[in-house]
Write a protein that binds this ligand. Structure first.
Ligand SMILES: Nc1ncnc2c1ncn2[C@@H]1O[C@H](COP(=O)(O)OP(=O)(O)OP(=O)(O)O)[C@@H](O)[C@H]1O
Ligand SMILES: [Mg+2]
Length: 262
């Protein structure tokens, strides 16, 4: 049964989508059947794997409101072993349409139970908010990856998110685990990057992944080209960092002593 990983953060622009897209590509490059699920109405992850929003007919919205079976919303993406359930603007409406439904926090979890055995990894990209959709994603997930951008004030919102995750775990998904906190946009030459990394490791210890995602112009440019960096320059530092992250997630999953509780 596929392992469901939710990429979450309360802050915008911290590298959630870049992580979802490039981590999905890293798993797929190892011939793992991988499904990227775009839970953000901005649709950035869909575009990041080459989906043109204009041509879309079926999206995650259609599955959530019950007009289309979830398997019919799966699209081929830009790489072998990689598929995507896309999202786009109408997804904003899903929040309103679902709000009065019974079991509204578990809808995504229930939908994914129909298809998760077809995949090795299912990666959920989420919006930067504590919306019903984000709660659905955390309720559907086995583990969480939390990007922490190496900038001031990032740490405070991480602490708020960890508190919220404890509530989700208590009330909705008791088996939810923290795969790890991921330092993103790390710049070796910047004092603030060292400070954020040191602070995170001091307080969160081995909850912080050893893998660090560097600030990389190539990663930024790849997202504009609608491709994971792995497909453009597999030997680049950015692509290799995400391969390393995929390996670390697998290792952490195997090693019980590193299985982290939130
Ligand atoms: N490691 C990196 N190095 C350089 N630029 C990066 C890196 N990671 C992400 N970016 C760029 O930073 C911007 C924000 O990244 P991204 O879209 O992944 O963040 P996000 O957390 O998903 O944002 P949102 O909250 O709006 O969904 C994008 O322009 C992206 O290309
Ligand atoms: Mg995003």
């Amino acid at each position: 049964m596929g392992h469901i990983i939710c990429i979450a953060s309360l802050k915008g622009g911290v590298g959630k989508t870049t992580t979802a897209v490039n981590l999905s590509a890293a798993f797929a490059s190892g011939q793992n059947r991988t499904l990227l699920i775009d839970c953000d109405p901005q649709g950035s992850a869909s575009m990041g794997v080459g989906i043109s929003k204009k041509k879309l007919t079926r999206t995650l919205y259609d599955a959530l409101v019950g007009t289309t079976p979830i398997e019919d919303t799966v699209h081929d993406a830009c790489a072998e072993f990689l598929e995507v359930i896309p999202a786009r603007g109408e997804f904003f409406r899903a929040e309103l349409e679902l709000i009065s439904k019974p079991g509204k926090e578990r809808m995504l979890r229930n939908l994914l139970s129909n298809i998760r055995n077809r995949y090795d990894y299912l990666i959920l990209d989420t919006p930067p908010s504590l919306s019903l959709i984000s709660i659905n994603a955390m309720t559907a997930a086995d583990t969480l990856v939390i990007p922490l951008q190496c900038e001031y004030l990032a740490y405070e919102s991480l602490i708020q998110l960890l508190r919220f995750i404890r509530l989700v775990k208590k009330n909705l998904n008791p088996n939810l685990k923290l795969a790890g906190v991921l330092l993103t946009m790390y710049d070796m030459g910047e004092k603030v990057s060292h400070q954020i990394a040191d602070n995170a490791r001091r307080h969160l210890k081995n909850a912080v992944f050893k893998t660090i995602i560097p600030r990389s112009v190539q990663l930024r440019e790849a997202s504009g080209l609608g491709k994971p960096l792995m497909l453009i320059d597999p030997d680049s530092v950015g692509a290799r960092s995400y391969l390393e992250l995929a390996r670390e997630i697998v290792e952490r999953g195997k090693n019980k002593s590193l299985k982290l509780e939130t």
